[in-house]
Design a protein around this ligand. Structure first.
Ligand code: IDP
Ligand code: MG
Length: 140
């Protein structure tokens, strides 16, 4: 298996409850290494651009409002098969369906306020990393 990269966001519901460290600990324990990290307040434009693939979905407007409602922590994660590894430790989108031991099972408040984002493919990981980070900000 190859060492690859993925993109993660610790969402406003988690930063509000001071869970940045707790979420990051679960990522690290899953074998992922934080090789870039920045706490930001997303603008509406950033949220709409980042989630453009979902713009026809009924939850798009609320999702952009939620993602701009408080600080988020954007991160680049590196590890063996990082995209899949991160999706496994994140758990299902809907926390009611998330497995024990996952971040969303432990911390998510709802299907919307579900504590973390993670890229769903290597190609999207590259696009999402480029959306928030310059190459020199990533130190692997
Ligand atoms: P993912 O984050 O597990 O990849 P996606 O389907 O890509 O899930 O959806 C992006 C985000 O949109 C979710 O993490 C969640 O915050 C929000 N979302 C997804 N489905 C719903 C829904 O049915 N209602 C409200 N928000 C949703
Ligand atoms: Mg997704």
């Amino acid at each position: 298996m190859a060492v690859t990269r993925t993109f993660s966001i610790i969402k406003p519901d988690a930063t509000r409850r001071n869970l940045t460290g707790a979420v990051t600990k679960m990522l690290e324990e899953a074998g992922l290494r934080v090789i870039a990290s920045r706490r930001i307040r997303m603008t509406r434009d950033q949220a709409e651009g980042f989630y453009a693939v979902h713009k026809e979905r009924p939850f798009f407007n609320d999702l952009c409002t939620f993602m701009t409602s408080g600080p988020v922590v954007v991160q680049v994660l590196e590890g063996e098969n990082a995209v899949l590894r991160n999706r496994e430790v994140m758990g299902a989108t809907n926390p009611a369906q998330a497995d024990e031991g996952t971040i969303r099972k432990a911390y998510a408040e709802s299907i919307e306020a579900n504590s973390v984002h993670g890229s769903d493919s290597d190609e999207n990981a590259r696009i999402e990393i480029d959306f928030f980070f310059k190459p020199e900000e990533i130190v692997g």
